[in-house]
Design a binder for this molecule. Structure first.
Ligand SMILES: Cc1cc2nc3c(=O)[nH]c(=O)nc-3n(C[C@H](O)[C@H](O)[C@H](O)COP(=O)(O)OP(=O)(O)OC[C@H]3O[C@@H](n4cnc5c(N)ncnc54)[C@H](O)[C@@H]3O)c2cc1C
Length: 440
C-alpha cells in the first residue's frame, strides 16, 4: 500500500494546527472504521524550534481569540480585495473557515490541550497563565506523542528555498547537510507573513509562488506603528518617547462616509505613534495613506467630556498660574498630553481658548507612513484567496494547500489573527483529509 507523504512547510500556529487536525481526523475515522489511505506528516521549519512568533505573542499574554458575538467577530476581517470597513467586509472564504472554527472552537481546542482560558474585561480571551509556552508544549506533545495513531515527523533548521509545482518537489537548505530535495504527495504551505522576519517568516515564498503564476498581493505592515509627517520637535523626542497616552480616543475619516472612532491608549515613539489603539486603526490609516499619501488622525485627549465643558474649564480665571498648571488643575492635562498640545499649537494659538478646546478634542497628527514591516505585529496582503478552492487548495493544483498569515486577509489585534490562522489550518487539514477519504 502506498503511503502518501504530506509535507507541511512552516511550524507556526497555522502549520501546527494543520498537523493537529489531520491527526484528529485520522483518529476519528479509524474509530468509525472508515477507510483512510495511509499517510505520513512531515513538518519542516527553518528555525531550530517551531512556534517562535506564537511564543512572542505570549509575552503580551497570548490573546487567543475574542468573546464578542460571532457577527461582530467576523466583521473584523478584511483583505486587499475587501478593504476594512466599519460595518465589516469579511471575505467569504475567511467567513467559511470561521464558521467551522471560530472563537468557541478555539477555546475548546485549548481546553482539549489542558489549557483553561478566560475572558478579560475587554472581551479578549487569554490562557489563564497568560503565556504561550504551556499551550505550545501541550500542542507539540500531542503531535509528537499522540495517545493513539501516528506522530508528526519534525524537520527543523530546514529552510525551504524553492518549489517546483509540476513535480511537487520542494528544496530545503540545512546548515549541516546542505541542499535537500523533498518529494511530496500533498504540500501545505504555512510560511506566515513577513513581520518579525528574525523569527522565521520572511515572505521569501512570494517570489517562488509568483514564478508558478500565483497572484500575490505585496506584503505590507499591518497592526503597526506610524511615522509622523513632521518629525517630533526636541520637546517630544526624546523626553516623551515611550510615554503612554491613556483614556484617549482616535478619530479618522477614512472614506467620504465612514469615520473610525475608538477609545483606547497608545504610545509615543521617537518617530511617531504605536500601540493597541493605533493597531486597531492601522488598516484604515494604511488605506488613507495609500489614497492620498498621508493620513490625519485626530486624538481626543478628553473623550468623556463635551466641548462645552472643556471650553468652560479653560475659560475659568487662571489667576497667577501658568497655562500648564491651569490645564493640569482644570482638566487634568499634563505630561505627554500637554506636550502634544504644545507641539501642535504655537504660543499665539494657545491664547485662543475655543481653539485650544477644539484641539484638545481633535489633536491633529499627520501620519506619513507605517513603520517597517519588520516591526509590525502582522502583515496584510499575500496569496490571493480567489485562486484557492474553499478547502484552501490551489484551484490549479488539488494537492497544494495553504494556510495562515501568508494568505491575503487582514484583521486587527484582539485574538483575530491567531483565530484565523488556526481556522485556516483546520480548513486545509479537512481538505487534505477529505481527498484521502475519497481516494481510499
Ligand atoms: C509581537 C507579536 C505579538 C502578537 N500577539 C498576538 C496576539 O496576542 N494574538 C493574536 O491573535 N495574534 C498575535 N500576533 C500575530 C500572530 O502571532 C500571527 O498572526 C501568527 O503567528 C501567524 O501564524 P502563521 O502560522 O501563519 O505564521 P508564523 O507564526 O509566522 O509561522 C510561520 C512559520 O513558517 C516558518 N517558515 C517561514 N518561511 C519558511 C521557509 N522558507 N522554510 C521553512 N520554514 C519557514 C517560520 O519559521 C515559522 O515558524 C502577534 C504577533 C507579533 C509579532
Amino acid at each position: 500500500m502506498q503511503i502518501k507523504k504530506i509535507v507541511i512547510v512552516g511550524g507556526g500556529p497555522a502549520g501546527l494546527m494543520t498537523a493537529y487536525q489531520l491527526l484528529q481526523l485520522e483518529k476519528n475515522a479509524r474509530a468509525q472504521n472508515k477507510q483512510v489511505c495511509a499517510f505520513e506528516i512531515h513538518l519542516y521549519d527553518s528555525m531550530p524550534n517551531v512556534g517562535r512568533k506564537f511564543l512572542l505573542a505570549g509575552i503580551g499574554g497570548l490573546n487567543l481569540t475574542h468573546s464578542e458575538p460571532k457577527a461582530t467577530f467576523d466583521s473584523r476581517y478584511s483583505n486587499s480585495q475587501n478593504p476594512a470597513q466599519l460595518n465589516g467586509n469579511c471575505p467569504t472564504q475567511v467567513q467559511e473557515w470561521l464558521n467551522d472554527f471560530g472563537a468557541v472552537e478555539c477555546r475548546k481546542w485549548a481546553a482539549d490541550l489542558g489549557i483553561t482560558t478566560f475572558v478579560g474585561s475587554s472581551g479578549r480571551v487569554f490562557p489563564e497563565e497568560m503565556k504561550a509556552a504551556p499551550l505550545l508544549r501541550a500542542w507539540l506533545h500531542e503531535l509528537r506523542f499522540p495517545s493513539s495513531g501516528q506522530s508528526v515527523h519534525f524537520h527543523l533548521r530546514h529552510q525551504c528555498v524553492g518549489f517546483n509545482e509540476a513535480s511537487m518537489q520542494l528544496e530545503f537548505e540545512h546548515r549541516d547537510t546542505g541542499k535537500v530535495k523533498v518529494q511530496a504527495d500533498v504540500i501545505v504551505m504555512a510560511m506566515g507573513g513577513a513581520s518579525w522576519p528574525k523569527l522565521g517568516s520572511n515572505g521569501h515564498w512570494q517570489s517562488w509562488l509568483k514564478a508558478e503564476n500565483y497572484h500575490v498581493h505585496p506584503l505590507e505592515a499591518s497592526n503597526c506603528g506610524f511615522e509622523v509627517k513632521t518629525p517630533w520637535t526636541s520637546f517630544i523626542n526624546p523626553k516623551y518617547a515611550g510615554a503612554a497616552l491613556k483614556s484617549v480616543a482616535l478619530e479618522l475619516q477614512f472614506n467620504q462616509i465612514e469615520k473610525f472612532y475608538k477609545k483606547g491608549e497608545f504610545v509615543i515613539t521617537p518617530t511617531g505613534i504605536e500601540g493597541s489603539l493605533i493597531y486597531a486603526a492601522s488598516a484604515f490609516i494604511n488605506q488613507v495613506i495609500r489614497q492620498q499619501g498621508y493620513a490625519t488622525v485626530g486624538i481626543n485627549l478628553l473623550p468623556d467630556m463635551s466641548y462645552e465643558k472643556v471650553l468652560h474649564a479653560l475659560m475659568q480665571n487662571k489667576g497667577s498660574k501658568s497655562f500648564s498648571n491651569h490645564l493640569k488643575s482644570r482638566l487634568g492635562i499634563e505630561g505627554v498630553k500637554a506636550a502634544l498640545l504644545f507641539e501642535v499649537l504655537n504660543k499665539e494659538q494657545l491664547k485662543d481658548m475655543p481653539l485650544v478646546a477644539k484641539t484638545i478634542q481633535f489633536l491633529p497628527l499627520v501620519l506619513l507612513k507605517p513603520r517597517p514591516i519588520e516591526e509590525a505585529i502582522s502583515s496584510s496582503g499575500g496569496l490571493c484567496l480567489e485562486q484557492l478552492t474553499s478547502d484552501l487548495s490551489a484551484q490549479k493544483n488539488p494537492s497544494l494547500f495553504f494556510a495562515g498569515e501568508m494568505l491575503d486577509w487582514d484583521a486587527p489585534t484582539g485574538g483575530y489573527l491567531l483565530t484565523a490562522c488556526l481556522a485556516s489550518g483546520v480548513r486545509a487539514a479537512n481538505g487534505v483529509f477529505s481527498s484521502f477519504l475519497s481516494a481510499s
